[in-house]
Design a protein around this ligand. Structure first.
Ligand code: SF4
Length: 230
């Protein structure tokens, strides 16, 4: 009987010990689970952090690139605006007018041939140093617009060259004479132009400028009887 009681008590002891062990295991399992979950959460947070950082970096890079492009566009725009502002009236006219419009430019009620000769007469005195165009327009009493168009025309005709210069902070042109136009004014009353015997007139012949009374009269007086006769 006593033996049986010992065995029962031993069993009870073992059971209690087993329960304690079970309890310990449960606690250990729980602890391990918690640790695992924490590790997982930590890993998740780390990954999230890396992704966020990457995202931020990408967004920052994009913003930087955007700002750079904007900056380039702004600079280009400013440069173009500045270039546009610095354009001279002549450059604007050259863009607006066709070659024909420049070459055929005329000022109302003005003899363009005479005006061209006046420009050349003034410029010939300045030789290679030329003259600032505004000074010339002032002398000729021309508006800047008419003067600028005349300068373009004379350049096209090969009479002048234009040198772009900065004068008192503004771009303008210096005009230099290149070639004086041939004038027909000096010979327009010459009798030879209407002479009925011009075909027979030679230097050594019977009819010759050396003995011609009409030419002599024209040279000395500027007129001729022949012209008055016809
Ligand atoms: S020089 Fe006298 S003749 Fe001879 S073409 Fe002239 S005007 Fe006539």
């Amino acid at each position: 009987m006593e033996k049986n009681n010992d065995a029962v008590s031993k069993i009870e002891e073992l059971r209690a010990e087993l329960n304690t062990l079970k309890d310990k295991k449960r606690k250990l399992d729980k602890k391990s689970k918690t640790k695992k979950a924490e590790k997982k959460e930590k890993k998740k947070a780390e990954v999230k952090n890396i992704v966020e950082k990457k995202k931020t970096k990408k967004a920052e890079k994009k913003e930087k690139k955007k700002a750079e492009v904007k900056n380039i566009v702004e600079k280009k725009k400013t440069k173009e605006e500045k270039k546009e502002e610095e354009k001279t009236l002549e450059e604007q006219l050259e863009e607006q007018l066709s070659d024909k419009e420049i070459e055929n430019f005329k000022i109302e009620k003005v003899d363009m041939e005479k005006l061209t000769h006046r420009v050349c007469d003034i410029l010939v005195e300045r030789e290679s140093s030329g003259m600032i165009q505004s000074e010339l327009w002032k002398k000729l009493k021309l508006s800047s617009r008419d003067g600028s168009r005349l300068a373009l025309k004379l350049e096209r005709m090969g009479n002048i060259t234009r040198e772009k210069i900065l004068e008192k902070g503004r771009w303008t042109y210096k005009l230099i004479l290149k070639k004086t136009p041939i004038s027909t004014t000096s010979i327009e009353n010459a009798p030879c132009l209407i002479c009925p015997v011009v075909q027979k007139c030679t230097l050594e012949g019977e009819i010759s400028p050396q003995t011609c009374v009409w030419i002599e009269e024209w040279v000395t007086t500027g007129t001729s009887q022949l012209r008055r006769k016809l």
